[in-house]
Every structure is written in structure tokens, then in C-alpha cells.
Design a protein around this ligand. Structure first.
Ligand code: HEC
Length: 207
């Protein structure tokens, strides 16, 4: 396995712990340790959970709030140390690094590149593009209308982050639904997606 592939698989298996843990505890009993699952199964598990998330977007908010508290507590007690490590690792993969210096470029060029990337399914390892889920302002919970940083359901349940910046949210969607590695923090691609997602956010607010 190449180093990149190894890293990806590592992230995926860490994610699967989060996915299993944030589902009802019954699932933990059914799946047991994620170590026995292959990458394809992990991706499958992830995407079925995500499609469950996408459909009730209207309910998303209420759910997010109820889940955040009730589940957070139950999770905290039921999970062992292994879980804590997995979510810390996931968080590290998508949280801004201490020395974060975003790429700076010309805005119109970034925007054009960002739009291209939004429709580019080669960014993921599972054939999805951002647009697969977020076509025409779809697939977002109401939190997207709020100024960043803010709280996002998926960031809290799967990554243990109480609030996220826009670039962190993009990295979360790269790692979780797109089943890919996060983009380089100083990359033009990340800066481009940030610019484009600001436009998406405006459209979302006006919908
Ligand atoms: C498989 C579907 C899927 C794909 C593909 C996907 N996302 Fe998401 N995205 C979601 C879901 C589900 C949410 C809502 C999460 C929540 O509110 O808990 C979301 C939320 C977001 C949000 C808004 C969070 C907020 O409430 O402020 C942004 C920004 C975002 N995605 C960006 C992206 C980008 C950029 C890509 C491509 C790199 C992408 N997404 C790919 C499913 C997806």
C-alpha cells in the first residue's frame, strides 16, 4: 500500500468508529470492532448514514440539537478510550493547524476554480462530487445560513467539534462523505472551495 492509501484507510477506519458510535448502541453490538471490516464496507456504512442525514434536512436542526446533548452524554459514558483516540485523530485531520496560512490568490480565479472543483468527482474516492449532495442549495442543514464559525451536526457527532470554520467544514465533507484525504491547508484548491462555498452560502440564505 502506498503511504497515501494507508493514511486514507487509517482515517476511514477511525471514521467508522465515529459512525458506529454515533448510531444507537445496538449497532455497536452488531458491528463490534471495526477492525474486521474492509474499506468498501466502511464507505458503504458511511454513505448509508449520510443519505439518512441528507433526506430529513428540514428535521436536521431539531435532530442535531437533540442528538448533540442526549447522544453526547450517552456516548461519553458508553465509549471506551479507543473511541476518544479515534475522534481526536479525526478532529486533527480536519481542524485548522496552529500555523495555518491559507493560500492567497486572485478572487475571481479562485471562484472559477472552486466552481470547477465543486462538480469534480475525482476529488472523492467514491465517485461523489460536492454537487452530488449539494446541487441547487440542497443537502445542507439550516446551520449553513449562520456566519462561520458555527455549530454543525455532523462536525459534532462524527468529529467532536463544537463549532467549525468554513474551511474545516469543507475538510469534514472531504474526509467523511467524500471518503478522501483532507486538502492541503495551504492549497489553492482549499482556498478556491472556500471562495465558492461563500457564494453557495449566499444562495442558500436567499433560497
Ligand atoms: C454524500 C453527501 C455529501 C457530499 C458528497 C458532500 N457533502 Fe457537504 N454536507 C453533507 C451533509 C449531510 C451536510 C449537513 C451536515 C450537518 O448539518 O450535520 C453537509 C454540509 C456541508 C456544509 C455546510 C455546513 C453548515 O451547516 O454550515 C458545507 C459548507 C459543505 N457541506 C461543503 C461540502 C463540500 C465543499 C463538499 C465537496 C468537497 C461536500 N460538502 C460534499 C453531505 C455531503
Amino acid at each position: 500500500m502506498t503511504e497515501r492509501a494507508e493514511k486514507r484507510q487509517h482515517l476511514l477506519s477511525a471514521l467508522s468508529c465515529g459512525v458506529v458510535a454515533s448510531a444507537p448502541l445496538l449497532l455497536v453490538a452488531v458491528y463490534g470492532s471495526s477492525a474486521s471490516l474492509g474499506a468498501a464496507e466502511l464507505i458503504e456504512q458511511q454513505s448509508s448514514r449520510l443519505s439518512a442525514l441528507i433526506q430529513p434536512v428540514a428535521e436536521g436542526e431539531a435532530e442535531g440539537e437533540a442528538e448533540g446533548e442526549a447522544e453526547g452524554e450517552a456516548e461519553g459514558e458508553a465509549e471506551g478510550e479507543a473511541e476518544g483516540e479515534a475522534s481526536a485523530e479525526l478532529r486533527d485531520a480536519v481542524a485548522r493547524p496552529a500555523d495555518y496560512q491559507p493560500y492567497e490568490g486572485e478572487q475571481a480565479a479562485l471562484l472559477a476554480r472552486g466552481e470547477e472543483l465543486f462538480y469534480d468527482n475525482s476529488l472523492s474516492t467514491n465517485g461523489m462530487a460536492c454537487a452530488t449532495c449539494h446541487m441547487a442549495s440542497s443537502g445542507y442543514a439550516d446551520t449553513f445560513a449562520q456566519p462561520f464559525p458555527h455549530r454543525v451536526g455532523m462536525a459534532l457527532t462524527d468529529f467532536g467539534m463544537t463549532e467549525v470554520h468554513l474551511d474545516e467544514m469543507i475538510q469534514i465533507c472531504m474526509v467523511a462523505p467524500m471518503a478522501a484525504e483532507p486538502l492541503a491547508w495551504d492549497s489553492e484548491d482549499l482556498a478556491a472551495l472556500v471562495e465558492y462555498m461563500k457564494v453557495e452560502q449566499e444562495k442558500f440564505r436567499e433560497r
